[in-house]
Design a binder for this molecule. Structure first.
Ligand code: C2O
Length: 506
């Protein structure tokens, strides 16, 4: 079936943490913005009108492969022009992946101002269908009292030479504080958790209950039991939760921001957000117990449900090294291999379509896009070396990748001949993964999805400071098989961007 959403992007006001009312970006005058909730196989149409008087926007559907529709992926400067004030655009695509996703603006720095929500793809025929009684969605996020444009100009300035990221003012659960989750005894719930944060990962647990993980980032896994998970910005977990037969008390559901990410923890910051599993609403809602050491489940140990082996014999291998450093303006930028990403005026996808045989030559995309070109069906091996003392959640558009290896903290550069390096033989797959501080990791994926896909750190501050690379996958196939919709080209034309109709492959 086709599910249509008419989204008018507007400012509105909200006070989700009960401490401060501020201007947020809403949809149809509402905030939180709607959750997209569909079934596997559905076509989604989003008719978007940008009614923000002073800001561009776009929507990205995080985790969806957009197979055959790379032009619907959403990042501005990559697969479309940013949608200017008063402009409209239509996203129209079919979803054949079940699982837990989210959608957000993909204009730099915008989604922390509120334009982000879960995107659920139900799967009535999935491997865990019938093993639970009900589905529930829990979103987590961090929240800032200041608006992003102001935070950003302070962040990327000479006054902040160490690149200290703005610290959130609070944590949210379902865009509020104190989520009540009423349960019946002796039932099994499938709980989908999405972290829509700008920055903070959260430790997440439910007191007195364990979680049986069955999905990460849209990939089913073998059931794995966890007491606590660590969920970075942009990651998702689904788990089965079986309630007790005893209704004599209620339990805290806790999200706790990882304060190690913050350069300095401000006085009075409450890193926690608390909800409750309510068996009996006449009984008290307990405060969470104090936890002095976090020991979360290690996602590296997950096994994909389909049991797929490691993809052997990479045909394209490369590495990206993360570094933070100052540039001539005195501000602190982020770099992959010495390049700090700047989005081009002409979206990279349109350049690929117009480049004829040169589309396979990375140089034509411009150094600042940090381009890497793959041939159709390459097995790609990407080594990431984190030459930075921070943790980074790396995300790849258009794919899930295998995490074949991840070092501990401070392991330095990846060294293939180090005997302690062993690869997972049935690696878990996901679309966003944490790299350890000063560590390294090895990802593999198949270039089986012709398109232009970003690879970036999902800390929104680091997207803005340049920790982004562009992967151009099978541009020759894109040229032969894809046509850019006219309304997408009109968005560019309306801003006098130099994109011509022949961007559409004929
Ligand atoms: Cu959540 Cu580049 O995306």
């Amino acid at each position: 079936k086709t599910v249509t959403y008419n989204f008018n992007v507007t400012y509105t006001d909200a006070n989700p943490d009960g401490q401060f009312s501020r201007k947020v970006i809403g949809i149809n005058g509402q905030w939180p913005i709607p959750t997209i909730d569909i079934e596997k196989g559905d076509r989604v149409i989003v008719n978007l009108v940008n009614s923000l008087p002073d800001a561009e926007t776009s929507l990205h559907f995080h985790g969806l492969f957009q197979n055959g529709t790379t032009y619907m992926d959403g990042p501005a400067g990559v697969t479309q022009c940013p949608v200017g004030p008063g402009q409209t655009i239509t996203y129209n695509f079919t979803v054949n992946q079940p699982g837990t996703y989210w959608y957000h603006s993909h204009v730099k720095g915008q989604y922390p101002d509120g334009i982000r929500a879960p995107f659920i793809v139900r799967d009535p025929k999935g491997p865990y269908a019938g093993k639970y009684d009900e589905e529930v969605v829990i979103s987590l996020s961090d929240w800032y009292h200041d608006e992003n444009p102001a935070l950003f100009s302070k962040f990327l300035s000479v006054g902040n030479p160490t690149g200290a990221e703005p610290v959130p003012d609070s944590a949210l659960m379902n865009d509020t504080q104190g989520l009540p989750f009423n349960v019946l005894p002796g039932k099994t719930y499938m709980v989908r958790v999405v972290n829509m944060a700008a920055f903070a990962a959260q430790y997440f647990w439910i007191e007195g209950h364990s979680m049986r993980i069955i999905e990460v980032d849209g990939e089913y896994t073998e059931e794995a039991e966890a007491e606590m998970i660590y969920i970075t910005a942009a990651q998702r977990y689904s788990f089965l939760l079986t309630t007790k037969n005893d209704t004599s008390q209620n339990y805290a559901i806790v999200g706790s921001m990882d304060e190690d990410l913050f350069d300095a923890v401000p006085d009075g910051l409450n890193p926690n957000v608390t909800g409750h599993l309510i068996y009996d609403s006449s009984k008290p809602l307990p405060d969470p117990e104090f936890v002095d050491e976090f020991d979360p489940f290690d996602d590296y140990t997950l096994v994909p449900f389909d049991g797929e082996d490691i993809w052997e014999n990479p045909t394209y291998s490369f590495s990206l090294e993360v570094l933070m450093d100052n540039l001539g303006d005195g501000a602190n930028y982020a770099f992959f291999n010495g390049i700090t990403y700047t989005p081009p005026k002409v979206p990279t996808l349109y350049s690929a379509l117009n480049a004829g045989n040169l589309s396979l030559t990375p140089e034509i995309y411009g150094r600042d896009t940090n381009p890497h070109v793959f041939k159709h069906n390459d097995v790609v091996e990407l080594v990431v070396n984190n030459n930075d003392p921070g943790k980074h959640p790396f995300h790849l558009h258009g794919h899930t990748f295998q995490l074949v290896y991840r070092s501990d903290d401070d392991a330095g550069l990846y060294n293939v001949s180090d005997p302690s390096v062993t690869f997972s033989q049935k690696p878990m797959r996901r679309d966003t993964v944490l790299i350890n501080p000063g560590g390294n990791m090895v990802l593999r994926f198949r270039a089986d999805n012709p398109g232009v896909w970003l690879f970036h750190c999902h800390i929104e501050w680091h997207i803005q400071s340049g920790l982004v690379a562009t992967f151009i996958e099978a541009p020759d196939v894109i040229q032969k098989t894809m046509k850019i919709p006219a309304d997408h080209l009109e968005v560019c034309a309306g801003q006098n961007l130099p994109v011509t109709g022949n961007a559409a492959a004929n």
